[in-house]
Design a protein around this ligand. Structure first.
Ligand code: 5GP
Length: 139
């Protein structure tokens, strides 16, 4: 399985497609998921080419995980969440649809079920406002 640099997240990284960016550093980027499974659902990705966890350089993986931790706390604070679900799929059989490694951060509230994947597309204005909220909650 190889990396195809025409995938959607590679285009977001190259700024060929818009996204509500939450965070960016040398090795990683984070932005809001366009079809959120709860308000505040965002994605952390390495900047380096990696199809998924299986071909990711370990230093990039470590950098992603540090950001996943930071943004998990920030997203929980920003949305007054009671918990946070992390999801990460490898290959179609596992539910992967975009073939650039990504970690889902999904804030959760007691008693609230996750919306189904590939559901409603959120408006860019709401996604931008949610990205701002998470950024403001980062320490
Ligand atoms: P996967 O199923 O590969 O783990 O998750 C892919 C995720 O990418 C889905 O949650 C989907 O909503 C999200 N997604 C698909 N296309 C776009 C897009 O153009 N922009 C953003 N921000 N997210 C997208």
């Amino acid at each position: 399985m190889s990396y195809d640099d025409q995938n959607i997240f590679a285009k977001i990284l190259r700024r060929e497609l818009p996204a509500a960016i939450v965070y960016e550093d040398e090795r990683t980027a984070a932005f809001m998921d366009i079809m959120p499974r709860s308000p505040g659902h965002c994605l952390v990705i390495p900047k380096a080419h990696a199809r998924n966890l299986l071909d990711c350089d370990e230093a990039d993986l470590a950098a992603c995980m540090a950001v996943v931790k930071k943004l998990s706390g920030a997203a929980m604070r920003a949305f007054g969440a009671d918990g946070v679900t992390l999801l990460q799929a490898n290959e179609s059989a596992a539910g992967q649809e975009v073939f650039h490694l990504h970690f889902h951060i999904i804030p959760r509230h007691d008693g609230e079920k996750l919306k189904p994947p590939a559901g409603e597309m959120e408006s860019p204005d709401v996604l931008m406002a949610n990205a701002d909220k998470i950024r403001a909650a980062m320490e």
